[in-house]
Design a protein around this ligand. Sequence first.
Ligand code: S3P
Length: 426
Amino acid sequence: MDKTIRPIESINAVITVPGDKSVSHRAVMFGSIAKGDTKITGFLTGDDCMSTISCFKKLGIDIETDGENVVVHGKGLHGLTAPTELLDVGNSGTTIRLISGLLSGQDFVCRLNGDASIQKRPMNRVIKPLSLMGAKIKSTGDGYAPLEITGTGLKGLEYKMPVASAQVKSAILLASLYADGETVVIEDMPSRDHTEIMLNYFGADITNQNGRITSRPVKELYARPVTVPADISSAAFFIAAALLTPNSEITVTNVGINKTRTGILDAFAEMGADIKIVNEHLAGGEPVGDIVAKTSSLKAITLGGDMIPRMIDEIPVFVVAALAANGTTVIKDAQELKVKESNRIATMAQELGKMGAKITETEDGMIIEGGQPLHGAVTYSHLDHRVAMSIAVAALNAKGETVITDADCVGISFPNFYELLEKITL
Ligand code: S3P
């Protein structure tokens, strides 16, 4: 599907965006290996989380779905059964990496694969630490999917993370539930900690002392209700749209504001954005609040270091904001962008370049010249949901119409993105 986005005059709206992708995946995975029924509300029905549900159904778990309400009939830590067919993770890096940790400790064999993008996502980053725990993982693609995992007994491990990655950390922590001793993951820079929070909520024993994350095996996990907060990664597109559009104000309600995820709000604040968080409260151990953003005149900043893992998925839309800022923005330490659903350094520079943006790609980020007026163009999503949504935000304040080809990939994380965009810009 192609999507045409036209420039708008202003935004004034109170909106709710879909549930958090990371939390939704984890609620299904952890619910499946907990004893009892996990009732999930606010579940993200995007394609990635549906891939997780499909994999766990094939592993013998009964999962009822009714839109954003999901019930997982968990069978406990040792209740999964051998699948009779390949586990298809679709486009979901979170599914394939987390499930690899979990499957390493079972007593059966599984085969895993996904789409063309998944087959280009590096898997050695999980194969290496899991193999050190004793896992038997064969990768036909030499470090890439398809994978074959033969479940076996695992041992504890002390592992210093070479890259900040919540997916790798979570794979190790899931394997640690099946290890015969303590497992320690050492993080230099904190990555999102939803796994630690939710596993503990289900009865695991995981502590974090200054980046030294220790997991001690427990006998069982127990089902608990999970309320999924709205996804800050999805909210970020609408926050950016309000900041960049004249005479605008938007409130995004019930957004997850876990400190490991709010880098984008800190970056926007440093650029001079008018953003407030109100109605803060806790839901299932995760902090939640309403985010209010108003039209702002932004200035360029330098982004790098531990800000990068705290906003890794929001960098594409941050680039769009940087294009409207006064001055030259530098993004560094962001090599991880090259191994996302697309190489986001290249795809963002290329597509926004078609709209008149001046972006120089560097080894570990980009240099973005602010203040260049954008014009409409025919652009391509590269089948990357966050690239498509970032182009849409840029198009709102460009001169003329923008077409996004293969625009329906937004269904990965934000199925009603275009409908919501149309509604608030009427
Ligand atoms: C995720 C972690 C991040 C993020 C992805 C979701 C997770 O990936 O980009 O969209 O749910 O753990 P990395 O941990 O590989 O950076």
